[in-house]
Design a protein around this ligand. Structure first.
Ligand SMILES: Cc1cc2nc3c(=O)[nH]c(=O)nc-3n(C[C@H](O)[C@H](O)[C@H](O)COP(=O)(O)O)c2cc1C
Length: 420
């Protein structure tokens, strides 16, 4: 895949040598185009060394134009990725302005364009920036992130550039590279997918609840990749600190009962159900209506079993292709196979969880089981892993549910030719 990586002048530009490496590890050829401001944050020398190609930055560079003009560069790209994307470059793109090489080639390319915005959280929430973001998305650009967390300015909020590994995984996924002339051709094109994600909160009284360590990152990544692969995605989410994936219908719930109700309210005519939420198995029998006061030395809370969302969906007549997760601290394989059989699901994704892995972290490794097969996916970023999981689900779905579910090949049109 040929990727033009545009780097604009944000502090996150210092992460771009790593981004180039992650893209190249996935087999991409990377041609870097920097804005003048970007040169303040990262050196051409470092980027040339990691990309293996001379850096382009000046629209008026006669020698570079003679060897590959900005129009040839625009045609060469299978994907244009701008990371980090500043508020300023988003405004130029939204306005159709072309004062520099990067924006000029963005106007001249037919390749899909993805941007990974990065800026101070107040800048990101500014209505002008949000209006530009909406304009760009409405025109078919893919906006990756930004993530929330601590920022270079010392403040905290939404505006951090997404992790280079996650950006590379999304950009190299067939769902993005297969987009040409805004026509998405993905492995799940036309399918409806329901994903549950995150933990649930089971109230003990108005101020306390029982929950678990799920961050929701795996489920959100799966929802985002399924959407990038052309599916209509409904995400039913327990409480998380994550930004809603764009172009995904999100229903927020708190308790296991609410998640059960929201799932069944949305499951008719769904093709694939992916239960990535960590649903509380038990909930307090009766939540106290007032705060429980401190009294005796010990106290007990009576718990009752929650309804099993995964098994109830799998038991539906003509129900969707159903995928469950098994997060276990021991005997992962045995428990996963038992769950596959007892709940009669089509696929189980098993992972070990504990202090050092699984929950609330950015990487994961999983083993996937289905009635007559298994596959392991080694440790990878959750976005990358989500891509592999969705690829496997699309494959299994096709083999079980017939020809009309056949995943489509990604087709990218370049220079009048067709690449498959
Ligand atoms: C130290 C410093 C850090 C900056 N960081 C960012 C940033 O993270 N995001 C952003 O949108 N702009 C940031 N800016 C402002 C941009 O550099 C400025 O808007 C510039 O015109 C962007 O030009 P470009 O989009 O052509 O690269 C920063 C400016 C300075 C001086």
């Amino acid at each position: 895949m040929n990727i033009v990586l545009g780097i604009s002048g944000g502090i996150a530009a210092y992460k771009t040598p790593e981004l180039v490496r992650r893209l190249r590890e996935r087999g991409a050829d990377v041609q870097i185009v920097m804005t003048a401001s970007a040169e303040e944050f990262v050196t051409e020398t470092a980027l040339q060394a990691v990309s293996g190609r001379p850096i382009r930055s000046n629209l008026w560079d006669k020698e570079a134009e003679a060897s590959m003009s900005h129009i040839e560069l625009a045609r060469w790209a299978d994907v244009v990725l701008i990371a980090p994307a500043t508020a300023e470059i988003m405004a130029r793109l939204a306005g159709g302005a072309a004062p520099d090489l990067l924006t000029t080639l963005c106007l001249a390319t037919e390749a899909p364009i993805a941007i990974a915005p990065a800026m101070n959280h107040v800048m990101w929430s500014n209505p002008a920036v949000q209006a530009n973001r909406n304009t760009l998305e409405d025109r078919g650009m893919v906006v990756i992130g930004p993530d929330s967390g601590s920022q270079a300015c010392g403040e905290s909020g939404a505006g951090r550039m997404s992790d280079p590994n996650d950006i590379a995984a999304l950009v190299c996924s067939p769902g993005l590279s297969g987009k040409s002339d805004k026509a998405a051709a993905g492995a799940l094109k036309g399918k409806t997918v329901v994903v549950t994600a995150g933990p649930t909160r089971e109230p003990i009284d108005p101020v306390r609840y029982i929950t678990n360590r799920s961050s929701g990152k795996m489920g959100y990544a799966i929802a985002q990749v399924a959407s990038a692969e052309g599916a209509n995605v409904i995400l039913i989410s327990g409480p998380t600190a994550l930004n809603e994936p764009r172009k995904v219908e999100v229903h927020h719930v708190q308790t296991a009962e609410e998640m059960y109700a929201a799932t069944h309210a949305n499951i008719d005519d769904v093709d694939i159900f992916i239960a990535a939420a960590a649903v509380s198995d038990y909930r307090p029998t009766d939540a106290a209506s007032q705060k429980i006061k401190k009294s005796s030395e010990t106290m007990s809370i009576k718990l009752v079993r929650s309804k099993d969302i995964l098994a109830s969906v799998a038991a539906r007549r003509d129900g969707p292709f159903t995928v469950g997760f098994a997060a276990e601290t021991e005997n992962v394989r045995d428990y996963a196979l038992k769950k596959l059989k007892n709940k009669r699901v089509d696929m189980i994704i098993a992972n070990r969880v504990g202090d050092d892995c699984g929950f609330d972290c950015d990487e994961n490794a999983v083993d996937v089981y289905w009635p007559d097969g298994a596959q392991s996916f080694p440790m990878a970023g959750k976005a990358e892993l989500a891509g592999r999981i969705i690829g496997l689900i699309a494959e299994r779905y096709e083999s079980l549910r017939g020809a009309d579910a056949q995943p489509e090949l990604s087709v990218v049109s370049i220079k009048g030719n067709t690449k498959q």
